[in-house]
Design a protein around this ligand. Sequence first.
Ligand SMILES: NC(=O)c1ccc[n+]([C@@H]2O[C@H](COP(=O)([O-])OP(=O)(O)OC[C@H]3O[C@@H](n4cnc5c(N)ncnc54)[C@H](O)[C@@H]3O)[C@@H](O)[C@H]2O)c1
Length: 504
Amino acid sequence: MTALDLSSPVAVVGTGTMGQGIAQVALVAGHDVRLFDSMPGRAQAAADAIGGRLDRLVEKDRMTAADRDAARSRLHAAKSLAELADCSLVVEAVLERLDVKQKLLRDLEAVVDDDCLLATNTSSLSVTAIGGVLRNPGRFVGLHFFNPAPLLPLVEVVSGFATDVTSATRAYEMARAWGKTPVACADTPGFIVNRLARPFYAEAFAAYEAQSADPATIDAVLRECGGFRMGAFELTDLIGQDVNEAVTHSVWQAFFQDVRFTPSLAQRRLVESGRLGRKTGQGWYDYGDDAERAEPHTAEQAQAPAYVVAEGDLGPASDLLALIREAGVPVREDEEDHGTRLVLPGGGQLVLADGQTSVEFRDVVYFDLALDYRRATRIALSASQDTQPQTLSEAIGLFQALGKDVSVLGDTPGMIVARTVARIVDLAHDAVAKGVATEEDVDTAMRLGVNYPLGPFEWSRRLGRSWAHEILDELHQRDPSGRYAPSLALYRHAYATDKREGTP
Ligand SMILES: NC(=O)c1ccc[n+]([C@@H]2O[C@H](COP(=O)([O-])OP(=O)(O)OC[C@H]3O[C@@H](n4cnc5c(N)ncnc54)[C@H](O)[C@@H]3O)[C@@H](O)[C@H]2O)c1
């Protein structure tokens, strides 16, 4: 089964934000495109809006005037569903309501040919449930585009319980022929991206609720230390707090209120207060004309320690030793393996976030996981009331000597980046073990769908086989709600090569 022939007309029903974007993609690929919307006049308005966007592409020299004219002549607003009868593919992008989508699909099935592929752009409903009303649910597939569809390459091709393999393959090949990067996934709550991205928001909001730091500081740590393009607070202000919360809520509900997906109370209050983000002028941040830009907390200049003693293997942070030496701070390596830590001249310890809290130890400062310690411009530290001031000051001075800004958080087990990455890695292993998608497609989806600097499996390989499991195991002991409970899949992955002696 191959992609749709370009001579086959394609229809898009529901011509709002997503419908227009998908129609533009199909049009530019070369199809005749029919638009239909239940609101009178909307389909024509959408055709005009798409025409305007093509004009801008011509102005920017990204399309020739001749191609624009040809595309416009292939675009038609339909006044009834009957006008879609000869289409080979219909993509619905109507209101996100199960009853509305089901009724539309039943009506469509009565109009189109038996071999017409029917698709939904739903982001949160079950593809199986929508298609369940069809006489032939095998022809129905999820085609989840991302906004703005003409620009973002990722398309999740979702197979419902009854979707035929041939329909999914056809949809996949078609997305590829349209210049997109399709990934195949099973019909599970949130599909790949919206399922695996939940901890990115949840862990940032949880750190804020726990008074570890304010939004600007947490965002700066995610960006400048974690290598994420945007922090969770600024990103949800851009998406819309109501939209982001609705996705979280629907994934949590669809997983029968699985505690790993519990929504954030702080975000709930934000939505209740009408602070929905940029679109209302206020969200986590203030966007008013005279609003002051919120700055992250950055530690005052402190003296670099005279030397550090490195004990054991620093694992994902082992690059630090070279950086410390390059900064002129002598590193004494202790042959005896007391643990994996840096010991400061005052006797305090500097340890990579491992899921334990600093209150458990006499004098420890934790530092967060960085995507790349050389390129990171900020490092977060976590200390408790029991941490000696000299230890904190030496730790701050050490990272400042490496050219980093330092943000000091309250005692935060797993810090910000480390626990976020550990949870995303865990959900990724869990999803693949449950047949949601392949490792490769999961990595592609997270890099292209939400711009993560690395896919979860790439990250996992870099951090070491048991890293995520160990940190989550520690967090789970301190918060036994189940939120951090590592999955069986992650456990298997961590210990697959670490066979125990003896009989079970
Ligand atoms: N906006 C996003 O970022 C995004 C991203 C991915 C997927 N989605 C999904 O795409 C779909 C559309 O979202 P949107 O943001 O474009 O919505 P939208 O509100 O911008 O557009 C929906 C359009 O559907 C029309 N409509 C409603 N009921 C209809 C019916 N029965 N028949 C024909 N037309 C009907 C409305 O008049 C409106 O023009 C939803 O399922 C949504 O979950 C949205």
